[in-house]
Ligand binder design. Structure first.
Ligand SMILES: [Zn+2]
Length: 62
């Protein structure tokens, strides 16, 4: 196994954006979880492999 996923893929399947309940997509470059809703599109950090799905911690889109 040479996977370098910052977060478990099965866990990722279960995660939803806490703001709009959309699915999340993994951004490998920034190691963030990006909301797939074009309206919301918040970016959540992953800390030590744990997705931090808190709106207070999320990065707002530009
Ligand atoms: Zn969202």
């Amino acid at each position: 196994m040479n996977q370098t996923l910052p977060v478990n893929a099965e866990l990722l399947e279960l995660l939803m954006c806490p703001s709009c309940r959309s699915r999340l997509a993994l951004d490998y470059e920034t190691c963030e979880l990006i909301c797939t809703s074009g309206i919301c599109a918040l970016a959540y950090p992953i800390t030590d492999g744990i997705p931090v799905l808190l709106m207070d911690e999320a990065r707002k889109p530009l």
